[in-house]
Design a binder for this molecule. Structure first.
Ligand code: GUN
Length: 279
């Protein structure tokens, strides 16, 4: 069997156009602040991408670049200013933060109503209760990809590989809310291949290049690859070995061009959601 390709770039383009249309209809300009501390090269690329996409959707994006030696006190001060700025609807602090800054304290300082990453404990709690408010962008994007590909979550066995706060945990909560039977597997899981073979929907979010092989996949399953790993030769690859998994799966996302573009599109949607609720 050869898997159907789930085209994240196309689904994301449609969502971005929808957000842009709703921004035009809103009668005001939503504001997004993206905070980057230091000069991590990957983070710099992500932040530029988010800023540009927001502007293209008619969102007033401001990127605030702070030096790597910014103190936690100064960063918390920047966030307090953004919390009270009426023109700002969304605040995103790009992770990871430099050593010496407590990411938890920073996330907890963000006004939950402006937390477009959905990382604040208030929003995490709403999600855990099955009442999603502002939801982390990557898992939200995965849910939209599943829906766009016509993949039924109700009653499906879903395995989430990875238990990070950014992807694995919120992903599992969303799938549970969508009536899947959910397993979270991780580096200490006893027999990872066997767990994965039980999945109708497999979400790979471990950050290990091509760890998931074709013989881990139930024939016909949907494989959603959240990983973006750079190989020594410079190529980007996912957490799933694409060719070997595509030979067994029913549907699969490519890397790049799968989940990545959805993350950015969902950030724009979250910014609009936060703006409409606030105004
Ligand atoms: N670093 C990696 N992914 C993310 C994300 O979704 N949001 C933020 N703020 N930082 C990240």
């Amino acid at each position: 069997m050869t898997a159907r390709l789930i085209d994240g770039k196309a689904v994301a383009a449609t969502l971005r156009a929808e957000v842009a249309e709703k921004v035009r209809a809103a009668g005001f300009t939503p504001g997004l602040a993206v905070v980057l501390v230091g000069e991590d090269p990957a983070s710099s690329v992500y932040v530029r991408t988010k800023d540009r996409a927001a502007r293209e959707a008619g969102i007033d994006a401001r990127t605030i670049r702070l030096p790597a030696d910014t103190s936690q006190t100064d960063l918390l001060g920047v966030i307090r200013t953004l919390n009270t700025d009426p023109a700002i609807d969304g605040i995103l602090v790009q992770l990871p933060l430099p050593n010496g800054i407590d990411a938890r304290a920073v996330i907890e300082a963000i006004d939950p109503a402006k937390d477009v990453d959905g990382f604040h404990p208030v929003n995490v709690g709403h999600l855990a209760n099955g009442h999603p408010a502002l939801v982390p962008c990557t898992p939200l994007g995965v849910m939209k990809l599943l829906r766009s590909a016509g993949i039924e979550t109700r009653g499906a066995r879903a395995v989430v590989l990875g238990r990070s706060a950014i992807v694995g945990r919120p992903m599992a909560a969303l799938l549970l809310t969508a009536d899947a039977t959910v397993t979270i597997a991780h580096s200490r899981t006893r027999d990872l291949p066997a767990e994965c073979r039980g999945a109708d929907i497999l979400i790979a979010a471990v950050g290990r290049p091509e760890m998931v092989r074709g013989d881990w996949i139930k024939p016909g399953a949907a494989v959603i690859d959240v990983g973006i790993n750079r190989l020594p030769d410079g190529r980007l690859t996912g957490d799933a070995a694409f060719v070997s998994c595509a030979g067994v799966a029913g549907a699969i996302t490519p890397v790049p061009g799968g989940v990545g573009p959805m993350t950015v599109a969902c950030l724009l949607e979250n910014t609009l959601t936060a703006a409409l609720r606030r105004r």
